[in-house]
Write a protein that binds this ligand. Structure first.
Ligand code: HEM
Ligand code: HEM
Length: 282
C-alpha cells in the first residue's frame, strides 16, 4: 500500500510540481547564461543574479526543512500531504541547478562549499528514499514468498522445540551444542547489524560447526540423533537467513532518513554560517 501512495506523490496532478521545477530551472539557466554572456567571467554568488538564486535556494531549503513539521500536522484539505511531498521531491531536486548556478561554479575548502556539499548529501539521501519506497516493498514481498513474519518466527520456535527433543539421547557435549543454538541465537540485533545483515557470529551457525566437528559417536542412537540435529540446525539457518534478509530490507526503508534528517540540520547550520560570513566580510 505504501508503494502506491509513494508512486501517487510522484505523479501527483500529472507531474505538476515536476513541471514547475523544470520551468524554474530552465528560467534560471537562461537568465544566468544570458547575464554571463555579457560578462568576462561567470556571475558569482555576489552578483545580482547570484543574490537572486542564493535567496531562492535558501528560501527553498528552509521550506523543504519544514516537511518534518508539516508531516506531523494532519489535514486532508486542498494542500494535502501528498501535494507537499510531491513538491518537496521536485523542488528539492531543482536546488541542484539553482544552488549550483548561485555558486558561480566556485568551490573551495570553506564553509560555503560545506553548505553546498551538505545540501547535495540531503538531496542524494532523498533520492535514495524514493528508490527505497519504489523498489523495496516488492522485494520484501518477493523475499518472503508466501511466508509471513509470524510464520517465520513460529517456524524457528518449532525447530527449537524439535531440536530440544532430538537432543535427549545425546551426551553432554552434544546436548550443550543443541542448547547453545536454542538459547543463544539472536534473530535481529541492533540497527547496524540489521542494515548490513552481518551475522558471522550467529550462535546457530557456530553450533552447526561444532556439531560437525564432534568425533564419530560409538552408539548408533547417538549418531542418528546427531544427524537429525544437524538437519534441524540447517533448516533453522535457512529460516534465519530469510527473516534477516527481510529485516535488512525494512532497515533500508528507514535507513535513508537517518542521513536525510541529521544532514538537514547540519545544512541549516552551515547555511547560516555561510550567509552570516558573506555579510560580515562585505
Ligand atoms: C540568502 C541566501 C544566500 C546569500 C545571500 C548568499 C550569498 C553569497 C555570496 C555573496 C557569495 C559570494 C562570495 C564571494 O564571492 O566571495 C556566495 C557564494 C557561494 N554560496 Fe551563497 N548565498 C546564499 C545561499 C546559498 C546557498 C543556499 C548555498 C548552497 C547550499 C550557497 C553556497 C555558496 C557557495 C558554494 C558559494 C561559492 C563560495 C566561493 O566563492 O568559494 N549559498 N553566496
Ligand atoms: C535540501 C533539500 C532537502 C531538505 C532540506 C529536505 C528535508 C526533509 C525533511 C526535514 C523531511 C522530513 C523528515 C521527517 O521528519 O520524517 C524530509 C522528508 C522527505 N524527503 Fe526531503 N529534503 C530535501 C530534498 C529532498 C529530495 C531532493 C528528495 C527526493 C528526491 C527528498 C525526499 C524526501 C522524502 C521521500 C521524504 C519523506 C516523506 C514521507 O515520509 O512521506 N527530499 N525531507
Amino acid at each position: 500500500m505504501r508503494q502506491r501512495t509513494h508512486e501517487g506523490f510522484l505523479r501527483h496532478k500529472h507531474f505538476r510540481f515536476a513541471q514547475i521545477a523544470t520551468a524554474l530551472c530552465v528560467a534560471a539557466v537562461g537568465v544566468y547564461f544570458f547575464t554571463a554572456a555579457r560578462m568576462s567571467e561567470p556571475p558569482s554568488g555576489g552578483s545580482w543574479i547570484g543574490y537572486v538564486l542564493g535567496t531562492m535556494s535558501a528560501g527553498l531549503i528552509v521550506w523543504l526543512s519544514c516537511l518534518g513539521i508539516r508531516k506531523r500536522v494532519i489535514t486532508a484539505g486542498h494542500y494535502s500531504l501528498k501535494a507537499w511531498v510531491s513538491a518537496h521531491v521536485y523542488l528539492g531536486l531543482s536546488l541542484i541547478v539553482l544552488a549550483t548556478l548561485h555558486t558561480g561554479f566556485q568551490f573551495g575548502w570553506n564553509v560555503h562549499t560545506l553548505a553546498y556539499g551538505l545540501m547535495m548529501l540531503v538531496i542524494a539521501s532523498g533520492a535514495m528514499g524514493i528508490w527505497a519506497y519504489a523498489t523495496l516493498p516488492q522485494r520484501l514481498h518477493g523475499n518472503r514468498g508466501e511466508t509471513t513474519r509470524k510464520q517465520m518466527l513460529e517456524g524457528i520456535e518449532s525447530l527449537d522445540r524439535q531440536m530440544h527433543d532430538v537432543a535427549q539421547p545425546l551426551d553432554r557435549a552434544g546436548a550443550e551444542i543443541a542448547r547453545f543454538s536454542i538459547d543463544k541465537t539472536e534473530l535481529g540485533g541492533g540497527f547496524w547489524k540489521r542494515l548490513t545483515n552481518s551475522y558471522g557470529d550467529c550462535a546457530n551457525k557456530r553450533a552447526l560447526a561444532r556439531l560437525r566437528a564432534l568425533p564419530h559417536s560409538a552408539s548408533a542412537k547417538q549418531a542418528e540423533a546427531i544427524t537429525k540435529l544437524e538437519s534441524l540446525m540447517q533448516q533453522k539457518a535457512e529460516v534465519l537467513g530469510l527473516a534477516r534478509r527481510q529485516m535488512q530490507i525494512t532497515a533500508l526503508l528507514e535507513g535513508w532518513l537517518f542521513v536525510h534528517i541529521p544532514a538537514t540540520f547540519a545544512l541549516l547550520a552551515a547555511l547560516t554560517a555561510h550567509i552570516v560570513s558573506v555579510f560580515a566580510y562585505w
